[in-house]
Design a protein around this ligand. Sequence first.
Ligand code: NDP
Ligand SMILES: O=C1O[C@H](COP(=O)(O)O)[C@@H](O)[C@H](O)[C@H]1O
Length: 498
Amino acid sequence: MNHNQQSALIMIFGATGDLANRKLFPSLYRLYKKGRLSQFAVVGVGRRTLTNEQFQQNVVNSVAEAIPNSSDLETFASYFCYHSHDVTDSSSYLTLKNIADDLDEKHNLGGNRVFYLAMAPEFFGPIAIHLKEDGLTDVTGFKRLIIEKPFGHDLKSAQELNNQIRTAFSEDEVYRIDHYLGKAMVQNIETIRFSNAIFENLWNNRYISNIQVTSSEILGVEERGRYYETSGALRDMVQNHMLQMVALLAMEPPIRLTPDEIRSEKVKVFRAMRPVEIDEVNEYFVRGQYGKGSIEDIEVPEYRSEQMVDPNSNTETFVAGKVMIDSFRWAGVPFYIRTGKRLETKSTKIVVQFKDIPMNLYDRPDQEITPNLLVIHIQPEEGITLHLNAKKAGQNMEATPIKLSYANTGIASINTPEAYEKLIDDSIKGDATNFTHWDEVALSWSYVDKISQAWEKTPATNYPNYASGTMGPKEADELLEKDGFFWWPINQFEVDVC
Ligand SMILES: NC(=O)C1=CN([C@@H]2O[C@H](COP(=O)(O)OP(=O)(O)OC[C@H]3O[C@@H](n4cnc5c(N)ncnc54)[C@H](OP(=O)(O)O)[C@@H]3O)[C@@H](O)[C@H]2O)C=CC1
Ligand SMILES: O=C1O[C@H](COP(=O)(O)O)[C@@H](O)[C@H](O)[C@H]1O
């Protein structure tokens, strides 16, 4: 067998849900078409009653919708079967085991099993325990557990969940999804840093003045009000995606590009994050909640009028913060993070602002000198721009801002896997680099727990405090202004596509 091909039984809990239909089936299809899945079978699990044929048709429909012009859909779907099973019903796991054993034998899957928990988090622990107790994890090959977010609600619940999972799976068998780690340009952070002499030498507090990480969304809370009310932007985005990006930006070069070495460097960053004590939260963090407004000429309602949302909700839909990393490399350099729903633009970008040079001969009142910036465009466009100053054309000695641009839209990007595709492929291969280790999860929860505790103690009195279609509350601007900085206008940074 080609070592790029994988064989495994993939069991998806929550196979009738949104994530499975929108992300997992299309990702499995792409892997199948690329020949990355050689021998495989998928068992879908959900509560509703479906025949295998109906389930296979769902798979066909979801792939066709996600991937126009897809082919071989019926053959692909024939690898799927469905089992209606309430995961809270202990008696039904034995049937599931028999189905898994039969498929293993029929498709010669080598006893390899991947359990994907695409369900509400309260089920994660009980499912893991049942998988062990009812023998589904007694396999001759590998067994792996892929777990969706959120991994807990705070440190205490995350610890309880981890203990439950660890009764059935060892740490190296647990793949905690953070889909940002599957994004091509997030993975590029390491490559940009560690394969370019010009950056790594400057990547410290002597040359960098601040780093800004923004992940803004146009969408509101949609149909997820019930979940979001218990989460808010802090738990939904900051505890995981935003802090993971900070860790990749701030970590020391690992001695090797292995999962253990990379994770161990990231863990050191989390340990070096300056804790924000409850009485300091207002100094470092800002929260917001969207009011009504207009986005792309469409009027949208305020958060408090959304489905399943308390009309007096205190849930934040926006967070901006200043993360300080007390390490030799980063002392004194603020990492500003900002994320929110119903903002002006859908964009994730990292702006690295370099310090001004000690004396700039071109710094005159009549001309514009901008600091050097490295912008990493994560989505929707992918690329890198480096903002420099160069001589203005003509007979003068004036400088003007210019930009070197790389867009990840060429031939290479046609084969760039989507985040979920990459992560599923990695988990079947057994590469845990782009999944979060328990130590990272625990440390990031302990960082955000103090912030959420402070916010729960003092509910916001000014919600809604930003209009939909803006870039958040004015306090987010003030957070940087008091340090002498401002948010770079990310919607004006573009990668030039040739
Ligand atoms: N959707 C998304 O874009 C994202 C989702 N996630 C995470 O993925 C997970 C799933 O989310 P999503 O797909 O949106 O959720 P959905 O509500 O769309 O789907 C839930 C799934 O769980 C099944 N289910 C619920 N209760 C039971 C039960 N007692 N026994 C068996 N099956 C049950 C449902 O089956 P049935 O309806 O047949 O009962 C359905 O298949 C969550 O943890 C979420 O946080 C993470 C990032 C993005
Ligand atoms: O994990 C989540 O991420 C999405 C944003 O993901 P993106 O890839 O579109 O940037 C966010 O909408 C959602 O609330 C959150 O749970």
